[in-house]
Design a protein around this ligand. Sequence first.
Ligand SMILES: *Cc1c(COP(=O)(O)O)cnc(C)c1O
Length: 397
Amino acid sequence: MSVPIDALIQKMPPELRFESPVYVTRPNLPTLEEYASCLAPAWERHWLTNDGCLHEALERQLAEYLGTPYLRLFCNGTIALLTALQALELEPGNVITTPFSFPATVNVLHWHRLRPVFCDIEPESHNLDPAHLQALIGPDTRAILPVHVYGRPCKVEAIQDIAGQHGLPVVYDAAHAIGVRYKGKSLLCQGDMSMVSFHATKLFTTAEGGALIMNSETLYDRIRLLKNFGIADEDTVIAPGINGKMNELQAALGLARINTVNDEIQQRRRIARLYHDGLGKTPGIALPPLHIPDVESNFAYFPVRVEARMFGMDRNTLCSILRYFNVFARKYFYPLCSSYAWCRVAKGALPVAESAAENALCLPIFGKLPFAWVQQICAIINEAGSIVRSGCNNSHA
Ligand SMILES: *Cc1c(COP(=O)(O)O)cnc(C)c1O
């Protein structure tokens, strides 16, 4: 379906254009003064990394917030995931994962010379579909690596049942899932290990950063070793570790913001509701649910599905129009991980994921996004849709 974008834009009210770019997210930053006061203890000690006092404080506060005894901080989420796989000491073989994710998920498998086997996703949650999981398990399967996409919980019980039957470890890419609770507990406590990211685009940020949450003291001890080169003490190196340490400058930023996570989520919930008010009746724009049973969501993303036939134009066209109006919505997750050259998956093999990747569009959402801006974004989408449906596109009708 092709729509003449220039002609369409001509018919839209020019005042809908934002003067400066509105990005899909914006980090929840402290003031510089707040940051400096959080950083001060490290400055006074001249201590920048390696188990500093800020690192220790953030690790403790995060573990408390999530309700887990076992949490280790990392320099970023990708190295955390890489280290989680190293800790499992998997034999060469396959890991079952999802194609609908950020490149890090599948690329860490490649760095371990593990082969990704892609499981198609559920149309509603966009998460790995446990109904396909059983059939993909074979003698070479070594682990399962699901992703809680957009912070929405996977079917964790079904995945755990299947993993348990086959004695397979489960590592969750929970990069998006800070603050999500499932059946009253942090979602990050699922599986053998979960990785959460604190990248600048995530709901809670340390600029770059991340953490692993694990379910046993053995893994907790092992990860501590592996994230610091495998150094046991001054004279002993006992494992092939890496440098995965979070530094004090990162930890200070985390400490300045850890107490605002719940407020940030509250504010995002209000924005999600406003999007529902503005787009709830728009033909061909399917909205993410405001409430999922058993789940306290974090509203990390606001992914809509563009049904081209009903809306009047496809996702890519809508994305271009929004960009003209200075709104930088993002096509999370396009392209699919399974489409990367090094994954060698034929097109058509993962129909649900392929359709999701063609139609998903994440609209801006962050705590300080002004309500008037949300209404303006909805107006751009509604104007564009109604103009195109009323005949601007009649050459293709
Ligand atoms: C952000 C992200 C990562 C990577 O985290 P970094 O902290 O940026 O290394 C991994 N997986 C998913 C799904 C992500 O969105």
